[in-house]
Write a protein that binds this ligand. Structure first.
Ligand code: BDR
Ligand code: CA
Length: 329
């Protein structure tokens, strides 16, 4: 089987952690590198957490530190407050719940970061490639957009971008916007306007593919380090979602970023996929960072992406757990 060459771009992050573990375990993927970006937490935390996850997976995949700040978004102080946007909530017993801890509860990393900046890693790797690399960004799109601005020729070399971000009928950071896009809307617009084939795995899909407390318990029952670590992360997410953003099943939560990885391997985990034009609102107003999905048959602008409104919950969770089960200690 020919493996798909991929580069992950992460702001690790509890769901990023699961996405990385799935990608590194998947026999269908050849993970060339992992780039980090500021998002769920500041860059030092997202980078340290990424190294922790790579060590947990016993992988040698190179990790490249990327951008510390969104492209230009934070220059406008009225826009929004930057990172760490998720507020902490307390449960019925007064315990604090949050989606992402500063440091993931897994052992500190011993592996180290590559010397090259993620943006230049993208440019070097893509320019030398045969146009066969898929990018899987599951955080703000700052690194990729910056690389496209520095060397626009990379756009012809990217096979496809499958990104987690955005939402049409589902949002989280504002009434209009999803976190990854809201953090760096200009970067998202550069990517959407780049001409590279894009598939968007938005909240509309990830909220339909939630992982349940029973599935977390099953992973814990494997008795492996990875099974236990992921079960804890999923349980933390379930609590945080129940308090802040309840899902239909109160004892379940989306593992957004892992769905994007699984979609690269098997597109049929996504359902109700429309081929349309998506634009990003960078106006700084009420809908700043919105992924504006054109519902019309003939959009004004050229069709630039596939956008998934739904997902196959059972298929996704089976895929995810099958990959995670392969970690044996
Ligand atoms: C996205 O935002 C982050 O908090 C998650 O890691 C995911 O990539 C969901 O809106
Ligand atoms: Ca993420």
């Amino acid at each position: 089987m020919e493996k798909k060459k991929v580069i992950l771009d992460v702001d690790t992050g509890s769901d990023d952690a699961v996405a990385i573990l799935c990608a590194l375990a998947a026999p269908e993927l050849d993970v060339l590198g992992i780039c980090t970006v500021a998002g769920n937490k500041g860059l030092d935390f997202t980078t340290d957490n990424t190294l922790r996850v790579v060590d947990l997976a016993k992988s040698n995949v190179p990790v490249y530190r990327g951008c510390r700040e969104p492209m230009v978004c934070t220059l406008n102080k009225n826009r929004h407050g930057g990172f760490d946007g998720h507020r902490t909530r307390k449960d019925e017993n007064g315990n604090e719940a949050e989606y992402h801890k500063d440091h993931l509860d897994i052992p500190a990393a011993t592996s180290t970061i590559q010397p090259e900046h993620a943006v230049f890693y993208y440019i070097d790797t893509l320019m030398k490639s045969e146009g066969d690399i898929t990018l899987i960004p599951v955080g703000p799109l700052t690194n990729i957009a910056m690389a496209m601005r520095i060397e626009p020729e990379i756009c012809k070399k990217i096979k496809e971008i499958v990104l987690m971000g955005g939402g049409c009928r589902q949002t989280n950071c504002s009434p209009a916007a999803e976190f990854n896009i809201w953090i760096d809307p200009e970067a998202a617009k550069i990517v959407m306007d780049s001409g590279v084939p894009v598939t968007i795995v938005p909240l509309d899909a990830t909220h339909k593919a939630c992982t349940t407390a029973e599935e977390a318990q099953e992973m814990r029952s494997w008795g492996t380090k990875v099974g236990t670590a992921v079960a804890e992360l999923v349980d933390e997410r379930i609590l945080a979602y129940r308090l802040a953003q309840p899902m239909e099943n109160l004892y379940s939560a989306p593992i957004h970023d892992a769905l994007a990885v699984c979609a690269v391997i098997d597109r049929s985990v996504l359902k109700d996929v429309v081929h349309t034009h998506v634009d990003i609102d960078i106006g700084g107003g009420l809908s700043d960072g919105q992924t504006v999905v054109d519902p019309r048959y003939y959009p004004d602008e050229p069709i630039n992406c596939y956008f998934a409104f739904n997902a196959d919950r059972d298929k996704f969770n089976k895929m995810m757990m099958d990959y995670l089960r392969t970690y044996k200690d």
